[in-house]
Design a binder for this molecule. Structure first.
Ligand SMILES: Cc1cc2nc3c(=O)[nH]c(=O)nc-3n(C[C@H](O)[C@H](O)[C@H](O)COP(=O)(O)OP(=O)(O)OC[C@H]3O[C@@H](n4cnc5c(N)ncnc54)[C@H](O)[C@@H]3O)c2cc1C
Length: 413
């Protein structure tokens, strides 16, 4: 009997795994990829080392308008399944505080084992063709690229979002999903730097410091994260900023007021810090303001704090007024950055938003609007926090869709 044909639009993380799962389940598989090679984005992941999943795999690590789909996906293909999948492909994995990498510390290794498996399973790969149109026909699907039309029994849309478009994901997948009646939650950059209002950033640009970043939208607390904060000449960056950035991006899209409140000394409460400073004053009040804070903060931060509290760097500490001390405490613990934007999709690692998850069957990833049409990966309205969660989502949804597309076509849909 002639095996059924599954076309996968996009040869990224989710598409490659979908291809493997479909081919292993007996389908004849074609990947159509618009770049000159598959998996370009995988090579850039984890700073070139590919953080491919995380030992701490909980639904709360994923965000979206409707995250009910997450546990249903993870129960089918979670952390353990990801480890087994890659170990069977030949990867030895390394666990760095729960963050999983290939032992080679090379993202190219991850892509290599995926590519080798695809070759071994005789998956047909069409490169440098961009899918422009997908139509349901009487017999299946007609997938039209800028060069040709291909026919299949099922289609898996794995075109990604629109973050880092230079690596292939240019947002064209959203239009293809819309052709089948799918709707989108607004797509915004996520895991991205935030642009702050104010003229002080140039002064503190380049500083890296441990801090807690609390995000407020229209004065209501929304999210918080602690880690290495990076100050740039336009705003704030670093892992804690990335982790909360999707909430800022969504709120800015909705024209809401967004404030990041930075705690530059998260290891002490405000009271503890106050006590600490009082004690320091007892022995060091002869120092200049500038010297007094050496050892507590980066020098560039000291300069900025003093300027904002209108204290001259040469002012002797004993002359600092009670009001100025109070102001300094607020600057140290509740430094307000008004957020006026995010960096663009070009700089974002992922996007938040996408095809609504209520429009796919969580057991199979099949569209509720079209039998035999599957949607996976970052194209969907699920975004993970930093730490291997976005690739986990891509692998998991890819595997589920590939398996089901092959099984359903094998049943003769
Ligand atoms: C710099 C960077 C670092 C990252 N690091 C990590 C990390 O360490 N861990 C982690 O979990 N996540 C990381 N991510 C996120 C992760 O890479 C993505 O979430 C994941 O690759 C999404 O997989 P996907 O298959 O949905 O989309 P993609 O990997 O983007 O693949 C989509 C593919 O579809 C192709 N395509 C799109 N439209 C068409 C079309 N019309 N016709 C034909 N082909 C098309 C594209 O060229 C692309 O190859 C990182 C992202 C970036 C940018």
């Amino acid at each position: 009997m002639k095996s059924k044909h599954v076309i996968i639009v996009g040869g990224g993380a989710s598409g490659l795994v979908a291809a493997i799962a479909a081919a292993r389940n007996g389908a004849d598989v074609t990947i159509i990829e618009q770049k000159d090679r598959v998996g370009k984005k995988i090579l850039s992941t984890g700073n070139g080392r590919c953080n491919l999943t995380n030992e701490y795999m909980k639904s709360e690590c994923f965000r979206g308008d409707n995250t009910a789909i997450v546990p249903q996906v993870l129960k089918q293909f979670g952390y353990e399944e990801t480890l087994t999948f890659f170990e069977e492909l030949g990867l030895i994995l390394k666990n760095r505080q729960g963050y999983i990498y290939p032992i080679s510390d090379q993202a190219s290794t991850v892509l290599d084992v995926l590519r080798m498996e695809i070759e071994h399973l005789s998956v047909n790969v069409v490169l440098e063709e961009c899918v422009k149109d997908i139509k349901k026909t009487k017999k299946g699907f007609a997938v039209t690229t800028n060069q040709s039309t291909y026919f299949s029994d099922a289609v898996i849309l794995a075109a990604g979002g629109k973050a880092s478009p230079v690596l292939g994901s240019d947002g064209s997948g959203y239009g293809l999903a819309k052709q089948f009646g799918h709707t989108l939650s607004p797509v915004v950059p996520a895991l991205v730097q935030l642009i702050g209002k104010g003229n002080y950033f140039k002064q503190i640009s380049g500083v890296r410091t441990n801090a807690t970043v609390n995000l407020y939208v229209n004065d209501a607390f929304v999210a918080s994260d602690t880690g290495e904060l990076q100050l740039t000449n336009y705003g704030i960056s670093g892992i804690p900023v990335f982790q909360i950035s999707r909430y800022a991006a969504k709120a800015l899209y909705e024209k809401k007021r967004v404030i990041a409140v930075v705690d530059f000394l998260p290891t002490m409460t405000k009271e503890e810090l106050n006590g600490f400073i009082q004690k320091r004053r007892e022995s060091q009040s002869y120092k200049t303001a500038e010297d007094f804070f050496v050892g507590m903060f980066h020098k560039k931060l000291i300069g900025m704090f003093l300027k904002m509290a209108r204290i001259s760097p040469n002012q002797v500490v004993e002359t600092i007024s009670a009001k100025q001390w109070e102001q300094l405490l607020v600057l140290f613990k509740e430094f307000q950055v008004e957020i006026e934007g995010t960096n663009s999709f070009e700089q974002a690692q992922i996007c938040a938003g996408g095809v609504r998850t209520t429009e796919v069957n969580p057991e199979t990833m099949e569209s509720i609007y079209a039998d035999g049409f599957y949607l996976i990966g970052e194209l969907l309205d699920i975004d993970g926090i930093c730490g291997g969660y976005n690739l986990q989502w891509a692998w998991a949804t890819g595997y589920i869709a590939g398996e089901n597309a092959a099984k359903n076509v094998a049943k003769g849909m």
